[in-house]
Design a protein around this ligand. Sequence first.
Ligand code: ARG
Length: 632
Amino acid sequence: MASQHSVPNGPGSRLTNNPVDIYREKISEALAPITRKTPQEVYEKLAWTQTFDKGDLGLPVPSLRIKGKKPTEQAVEWSEKFPESDLVAKPVVAGTFLQFFFKPEPLTKLIIPSILNKKASYGTNDKLGLRDESDPSKGKKRIIVEFSSPNIAKPFHAGHLRSTIIGGFLANLYEAAGWDVLRMNYLGDWGRQFGLLANAFEMYGSEEALERDPIGHLFDIYVEINKLSRPQEDAIKEKKEELKQVAEAGKETLDLENEIAELESKSENERARQYFKRLEDGDEAARATWSRFRDLSIQKYKQTYARLNIHYDHYSGESQVERERMEKAANILKERGISEDSKGAILVDFTKHGDKKLGKALIKKTDGSSLYLTRDVGEIVKRDELYSFDKMIYVIASQQDIHVAQLFKILDLMGLQDISGKCQHVNFGMVQGMSTRKGTVKFLDDILRDVGEKMHEVMKANQAKYEQVEQPEQTADTLGITAVMVQDMSGKRINNYDFSLERMTSFEGDTGPYLQYAHARLCSISRKAGLSPQDIGSADLSLLTESHAVNLVRALASWPDVVQNTLKTLEPVTVLSYLFKMTHMLSSSYDVLKVIGSEPELMKARMALYEAARQVLHNGMKLLGLNPVERM
Ligand code: ARG
């Protein structure tokens, strides 16, 4: 992995944010005259190493493209000429690679105080999000992150869970990079199912139940009316099959056609369609009912998202896209000859516009009503007008890859490349086997409660420890949430995974509870040592000479680079792997680097190291959206 920094220069430099940049600069300046390249050119080729035995930074010699000598010989020559400095040792030659090792003591003295001073801001870089890095007065770049986006009255499924977790993380990430972040939830709050729902409420609804548990109640009555509607739809489908066969056989079909029309006209689906039509036409009573369903649901959503540290700046939704907007879009498509009529409906045939994979998509039904895709087109244009964003991320399951690609393509075809060019689809794979122990998942709450209860059981299994936890229920809840989130973030986004209550709640392996334990353990060491911040701040860091200590410091030094790399991968696992690597190093250090029982000066120095490690772990967990616990 090559890093893509520019050489820091002048007051706009990133030096203050990322200590490793000091080393990059030092190495590039020393190598420039030797390689006859500019410092900038060398700087760009300095890469992170996979493991510390390969150095702190590496240079693949061939990457500088110097003709003549063999890269292996060049490596030897450059290494010999490289002036050893107080910060960096002479590079080690490994084939065509130069490995640069930072000298331990100056590194320790640079990194630890830097972390202890910067605290929560260590690893953040508020300059990256500036419109102009050298002129903060020009303001920050704005990003919209659209995520979670569940459908009212329908189950909160695994796709929504992943979108919530990944989106929450991405929003934090851009915030850490100094962007102005707008968190948006685009609710599925429109469509025929709202007609079905309103009718269901008339038949089975209870005001009281709605107030108490809007999401649960709406879901229940939706299930109830579906029990009526499903068999009706099945019967209609059956008749239609029959009709097809009769017609193929060349027999009389009128009776059957009448029968089907009769069934359809009496169906719940038809009643729903009519209700939804009223809603789309702006009927006030229908609108008021719908509004109440929506508002109450949002209230409840807010409470649940808060448990995950997520707060939205805006609840948008499919209902919020004005009809005129969609009309306007449709007109542009028509004028440009992009859309076409098809039996009264309107569609775009992407295969005619250079995109075979995208097939065809309806943009208007025969009855004139809009579709999911049309609403997305209207909404994106609206967001551009309202928020004039610099970038927008859609966090949506890979099952909707085609949908999102069609959306972006339509914008291109409308001549709105300036908008589509700012948009990015961040997708993810499926979760298998997500159900609660009590049955169907209704909402996020059900999942979180279930995992919290399981975590409580796991904690109780260790009676002695359990008794020391002050607020076991609350801790179990936090651990449960961590367990779910860490499991979700443990692989690349695009991979599918199995939702496993057993595995995610275990303390063994790279799990959420293990990560929390690592944090709580550092807090506990600090409590037992009882040193003041002044004690820690005045520690003699040259005492940290053991390889365990030095390697920990090297790991801590790389945190800002990890954050920066994550901005490229947009993968939570980039952060998570780093945190696990660091916690593994920590747990193998405790026996070697004891705090309690050591000489006072050594105690201070080691405590400074552990406190710095705790801070970085804390920052990483917060970035992922986790709540680090102090005791468990
Ligand atoms: N509500 C949709 C669903 O549950 C997800 C919406 C994703 N966002 C979007 N702009 N289409 O499938």
